[in-house]
Design a binder for this molecule. Structure first.
Ligand code: PRT
Ligand code: ZN
Length: 297
């Protein structure tokens, strides 16, 4: 596939933890993506003027910063580690995408027992995120030695390379398996959509805006539900309070049932069983919760 300057370019991780969900997001936004072989570095959207660049996640901020790709999807951890090294650049974070959640944590051997931040003073800490860790240490006025490792950070204490590690954690199983326990939170991360700091010409800007509107719609729909319920009119103030993230619900009188109304609302936050129980306790009945397939805000 040739590089077509007229099309938009979006860098995503080729394979790894963010790859499938990045593609799924674009599919949910209505894009038909060409499959592309194992060795393909790009994949074309058949029904939108967009080409995907399939790269290592570490290269995504560079591609976007240099304007090779107008857009990218990358973990905030990778973005901020890069951005701290090039403070003159302003890569814009356009949207949080709600997947790839993890946190960068400092961990210590289980045998350490009680921990406080001051114990890091003068210690060696192994990490693949020296700038994020460096900022955390400076913010907390801790003078520690940062040992940069590209991978296998969890092994550092056993190898005698460092007394502490600072690595990404999602379930905590890896720390556990290596006899380590989390002791401090350095940075919370999720996948984000980023935009180049280079100015876009009108045609590219229009295409990017159209794509972002669709992606915003997908993000909004992911958590949103449509709720319909019946209630006595007198219970409305209490019910509106309980409906999560609902603005200006529609209230319709129920013919033949004096004082009773039907309420319809889009809830932009998760609706749990507990929410339904609270609605019922407030006087609601016949409560329906429905998924929303598409939404354009
Ligand atoms: O090949 P490429 O360079 O593209 O991929 P990569 O190997 O550098 O990255 P990859 O695919 O592992 O992660 C991509 C992004 O996913 C990261 O930059 C984070 O934004 C996000 N992410 C979310 C994670 C995790 N969760 C995660 N758990 N990245 C890494 N991990 C690792 C962590 O480093 C540790 O080794 O998983 C282990 C811990 O997991 P738990 O579940 O045992 O706690
Ligand atoms: Zn990587």
């Amino acid at each position: 596939m040739s590089f077509d300057r007229d099309r938009l370019h979006l860098a995503i991780q080729k394979s790894g933890r963010l790859a499938d969900q990045s593609r799924q997001l674009l599919k949910d936004a209505g894009l038909k993506l060409q499959q592309g072989g194992r060795n393909e570095l790009a994949a074309r959207a058949e029904n939108f003027p967009l080409d995907l660049m399939l790269v290592r996640d570490d290269d995504i901020p560079t591609f976007v910063a240099d304007g090779v790709c107008e857009l990218g999807i990358v973990g905030q951890n990778v973005l901020d580690e890069y951005a701290l090294g090039r403070p003159e650049l302003r890569i814009e974070q356009v949207a949080k995408l709600g997947f790839g959640r993890c946190s960068l944590k400092i961990a210590a051997p289980d045998s350490l027992g009680r921990f406080e931040l001051a114990m890091l003073q003068g210690q060696r800490i192994a990490t693949s995120y020296p700038r994020l860790l460096g900022r955390f240490l400076a913010d907390n006025r801790i003078a520690a030695e940062v040992v940069t490792m590209r991978g296998a950070v969890e092994l550092a204490p056993r190898l005698g390379i460092a007394g502490f590690v600072c690595d990404l954690v999602s379930t905590g199983a890896t720390l556990d398996a290596n006899g380590l326990m989390p002791v401090a939170d350095v940075f919370d991360s999720e996948a984000v959509l980023i935009r180049t700091p280079r100015p876009l010409d009108a045609a590219h800007a229009e295409k990017a805006a159209a794509l972002l509107t669709r992606i915003d719609g997908v993000i909004a729909t992911a958590e949103s539900k449509y709720i319909v319920l019946n209630a006595p009119e007198s219970a409305l103030p209490a019910i509106v309070q309980i409906l999560p993230g609902a603005e200006a619900p529609t209230v319709i009188p129920l013919i033949g049932r004096e004082g009773q109304v039907a309420v319809q609302a889009v809830c932009q936050e998760s609706v749990f069983w507990e929410t339904l129980e609270r609605l019922k306790a407030a006087g609601a009945s016949a409560i329906l919760v429905m998924p929303i397939e598409k939404m354009m805000l």
